[in-house]
Design a protein around this ligand. Structure first.
Ligand SMILES: Nc1ncnc2c1ncn2[C@@H]1O[C@H](COP(=O)(O)OP(=O)(O)O)[C@@H](O)[C@H]1O
Ligand SMILES: [Mg+2]
Length: 432
């Protein structure tokens, strides 16, 4: 335990009292991250006047912020003589000030008003986007200024986790803390912890163990992705020239177009490549595919690939054929089944799939993040969310619907073989 006056901190938090550009505290619930940082900042703001910006990704009102936590700590630490708590600010009698702001609403210009900040505390930082980090970090530029970051991780591909845990910047101290590092871990929280322990292994590892999840909470393919990770089916999957490469498409313009490049192995379906772009015309995709000197099979389009565009009078099928692609005709392409039916098919299908680790990373990311909306009115999961991750997941669902049709044969309809010709000839001959 580290003690400052008679205020105590978990031992792991002692680096909060030495100078570092980035102080990153991450881990599971109840480890003392928020309390420790709040207390440390209040104490440091008494030692000398500091401008402290408390931020989070989204702050709709001051209630979303750490204002309340800081105000409670002012009372708990008996610092009422040193701090005045106002509705949207906390001010020290020595000139220290705590300001509160959401990052998502900021631009680099609006954040300018925060120059001169000595400490930025980013709480719930797992939700902070790349854009917000790119705006915030250069704004905190005063000499000896520091950025303090607290969060419970979600996915290891999240921007915050990548930026501050996987590859932290120079002069970062990165502290991992869990409930057992908190000497004051309250009994009420321990009951919750034991409840999670009894109900869900993955929730427990994430919520209390501070480990990353394999998919976001409520992900539609959560179990299937966890299995794929466990079975090492996200691995190097090189193109095999002996097998055909088929493609499965989800078409979009403002939305992404997603294309899976798939090979049928003996017992498995191999996804060897994945293309996702938006606002590109079909010639671009055809050229991107044709640039690969591959043993091409068929292109499978969803139903909208066969409807004629009212402006050009041509369908995606016709255009792609014009660029040398071999598109499966409508009746052999992706069947029109409901989204829910497709999701069920995809769930069963995913256990046969292996993903190329590098080339399909974006696809795997989409599958980890494909989830249902949960309307506040019901609190129940509803339809799958249409967002930047749904297109890859849609293409995957389409693949599950055509996977049984993918072969390594050359032709759509198997040609009549010589033997059959002879049989037919003989039959005709017998007829006289
Ligand atoms: N420095 C501390 N002194 C006394 N109690 C603490 C301290 N830090 C944490 N606690 C207790 O542990 C609980 C969890 O701490 P908190 O900071 O909210 O954890 P986290 O932010 O990691 O979820 C607090 O509600 C409080 O009861
Ligand atoms: Mg906290």
């Amino acid at each position: 335990m580290t003690t400052t006056a008679d205020i105590q901190f978990p031992a792991k938090l002692s680096p909060l009292f030495t100078a570092h550009r980035y102080k990153v505290v991450f881990g599971g619930r109840g480890s003392g991250k928020s309390w420790g940082v709040a207390r440390a900042l209040l104490l440091q703001g008494i030692e000398k006047p500091l401008r402290i910006l408390c931020c989070r990704e989204i702050q709709k009102s001051i209630k979303d912020s750490v204002h309340r936590l800081l105000a409670d700590q002012v009372v708990a630490l008996k610092l009422e003589a040193q701090y005045h708590v106002y509705e949207t600010e906390i001010r020290g009698t020595n000139g220290t000030e705590f300001l509160f702001s959401g990052l998502s609403a900021q631009t680099s210009i609006s954040l300018k008003s925060y120059e001169g900040i000595d400490r930025a505390w980013v709480e719930e930082a797992q939700n902070v986007s790349k854009k917000s980090w790119d705006i915030l970090t250069p704004t905190i530029r005063k000499a000896a200024s520091e950025i303090w970051i607290t969060f419970n991780p979600v996915l290891d591909t999240d921007e915050t986790y990548q930026r501050f845990v996987v590859a932290p910047p120079t002069d970062s101290v990165v502290i991992e803390m869990n409930y057992h590092d908190n000497p004051w871990f309250p009994p009420a929280l321990d009951q919750e912890r034991l409840h999670t322990l009894a109900t869900s292994e993955e929730d427990y590892a994430n919520i209390w163990g501070g480990q990353c999840r394999t998919s976001v909470a409520g992900a539609i393919y959560a179990r299937e992705i966890m299995e794929a990770v466990k079975d090492h089916r996200i691995c190097p999957v090189p193109y095999d020239p002996r097998l055909k490469v088929h493609t499965v498409w989800d078409l979009g313009w403002n939305d992404s177009t997603s294309i899976l490049c798939v090979q049928r192995g003996r017992a498995e379906i191999r996804i060897v490549d994945y293309i996702e772009e938006h606002q590109r015309t079909l010639d671009y995709y055809a050229a991107t595919l044709n640039a690969r000197a591959w043993n091409w099979g068929f292109d499978y389009l969803p139903h909208d690939g066969f409807t004629r565009d009212y402006k050009t009078g041509r369908s995606a099928e016709e255009i792609l054929r014009g660029f040398g692609r071999t598109v499966q005709p409508r009746e052999r392409s992706i069947p029109s089944v409901s989204v829910e039916e497709g999701i069920r098919a995809c769930r069963m299908f995913l256990s046969q799939v292996i993903f190329d680790q590098g080339k399909t990373a974006r696809l795997v990311e989409c599958l980890k993040r494909y989830r249902r909306s949960i309307p506040a009115s019901t609190g129940e999961p509803a339809a799958p969310l249409h967002d930047e991750f749904s297109h890859g997941a849609d293409a995957m669902r389409y693949l599950s619907l055509v996977a049984s049709k993918l072969t390594n044969e050359d032709d759509v309809a198997p040609p009549i073989r010589m033997q059959q010709y002879m049989q037919i000839d003989q039959a005709l001959g017998a007829l006289g």
